[in-house]
Design a protein around this ligand. Sequence first.
Ligand code: ADP
Ligand code: ADP
Ligand code: ZN
Length: 214
Amino acid sequence: MKIIMLGAPGAGKGTQAIMIADKYGIPHVSTGDMFRANIKNNTPLGVEAKKYMDQGQLVPDELTVKILLDRVAKDDCKNGYVLDGFPRTIPQAEVLEKALKELNDGIDFAIDVDVPDENIINRMGGRRACLKCGNTYHVEFVPPKKEGICDNCGEALVLRDDDKPETVKKRLDVYHQQTQPLIDFYNERGLLKSVDGTKPMNEVFDSIIAILGE
Ligand code: ADP
Ligand code: ADP
Ligand code: ZN
């Protein structure tokens, strides 16, 4: 099963993608996590990506498409995957579609986690991220068991550089301009499913299971 998560920054794509990956036994593939790992390790790709991420801009398609296609070509992606944060532009979606078509394959579902901009601002300020395993928490809505520590791997949680309010506003603008058109793109292909992302995390997950099947 190959799934794409769509939605604004902070809509809960990552949170749901991790639960999907766990339930269906497929890898969670997050381009944001891959960029952050590169930044942490100070690789040339990380240095380049950081320039854009800190501004709330998208990393250029050439760089992004390459790491994504390399990742999904790995063995553990044979039976499917859940893409979180990719594609984010129409050209990215077209490249993915073409690469899959060459393998006689395609995406099964594009799930749009729908959350209005007003809710996003609150969510981002309270988001705490684990840069080691990619789990995210919220100080109020999704608190970790022990304050400031990742439930999953024990790493200290951080407020991401790009979750500051000024950058979040910019990221929302970028989302509306460059990423939201993907909703029509997948709708035209009959692959789009929408869920109400303003509901509590477990209710959102139940509506996703209703789409994907038990
Ligand atoms: P969020 O989950 O809050 O939407 P991500 O972790 O997915 O954030 O992405 C963080 C940043 O990484 C983005 O603002 C962007 O700069 C960069 N990025 C991640 N995925 C992509 C992509 N597919 N194309 C371009 N830039 C990306
Ligand atoms: P995205 O990957 O779309 O950027 P995240 O999954 O990182 O979004 O979620 C953004 C923030 O909102 C995090 O702090 C997360 O813990 C919190 N969150 C996720 N889902 C919900 C929900 N259904 N209700 C309230 N807060 C949520
Ligand atoms: Zn962790």
